[in-house]
Design a protein around this ligand. Sequence first.
Ligand code: F0G
Length: 412
Amino acid sequence: MNLTCMECNSTYDPKDTRFLCDCGGLLDVALDLQDAAVSRETLDARLAGAALPGGSGVWRYRELLPPIPDEHIVSKDEGNTNLYTDARLSAWTGCDGLHLKHEGENPTGSFKDRGMTVGMSHARWTGARTVACASTGNTSASVSAYAAAAGMHGLTFVPEGQLALGKLAQTMGYGARTVQVRGDFDDAMKLVRQVAERGDVALLNSLNPYRLEGQKSIVFEILQQLEWSVPDWIVVPGGNLGNTSSFGKALRELQQVGLIQKMPRLAVIQAAGANPFYQAFRDGFRSLTPVTADTVATAIRIGNPVNYPKAVRSLEWTDGVVEQVTDDEILEAKNRVDTVGIGCEPASAASVAGTRKLVSQGTIRPGDQVVAILTGHILKDPDSILDHKERFGITLETVEPNLDAVTRLLDG
Ligand code: F0G
């Protein structure tokens, strides 16, 4: 390998940091391909199973999913998300064994796609033409994209003025009919249930049990990435409690088929302003009292979670705990996750803030293996960065287009 000028063929050392030849020509990286041992067979072997089911990080686990006939499957090769470690985040949370499972790396930027491929495929199998949801923005973006992919009609109900910008734009952009409800998510949820009861639309919220089946694959993929060594904890933000419900079922089923021998513990983290599950947990799960929700983490601004009974069951199966974190703690954790180059939306950062809190309380031990779920992408909620930039010393600088001005800026 060397650097070769495309004009005069002069060559330079590959570690040279120049980007132009002495003659002014542009440089190419010239590879030594004459010795490259590459064949179609090698490349194809690496792709083994790239077609369904292998290419999807959901359908790869089809033996543990509902047997929907192939011809009805609507997939965007969802899943296949990274499991990150970062020494700075381990130090900040006090948890050496911290992993971050980035579900924001799904096709529409959130974990919802994993549930959606199964929910949408099931809806298509049943002959539905229109699919509907209420949403704080991620479900609606996912419904909109998957409905478009399937050639179906998407119908989404969202709380007026409460969606993060990226999610509203996505939901509208993929083409779903987008209806703002003059109320909160819980009002929109109540409405869409009534609409679905009329019988002509399929409901694709996590009330739909097929959605929860797809979300089990988050746990399957984590375990496969950890080479089936079971972590001590899985930490997840809780809103409508779909993931909480799904994770418990996934773990039970992995145990039933013998893929794991012990259970990790689930830790569900709620925003303090949207904490009905936390309050119920503190009360020994005697009952759920809905709250009027308010938090900077708009994804989990939910006061009356529809999956409550299944979530309680998951916590019982996994000896789980519920914790709450303030908006300040959420924003600080988000800034930490963002500034190590991983990035996430505010609701996702609740799991990192919650991990830190549970370590400080001694519930999670510093040496424990922990997987915290990042549920959504940094681009989902750009305002959550721009509105809080002073607090985190984030600046945007402007300069006149001349070198003097730039020199003053950089050296000043
Ligand atoms: N994180 C993000 C980014 C979410 O969008 C949601 C839920 C949650 C966490 C909570 O997950 O409901 O399984 O407890 N968003 C839903 C929506 C409500 O409409 O997009 P959960």
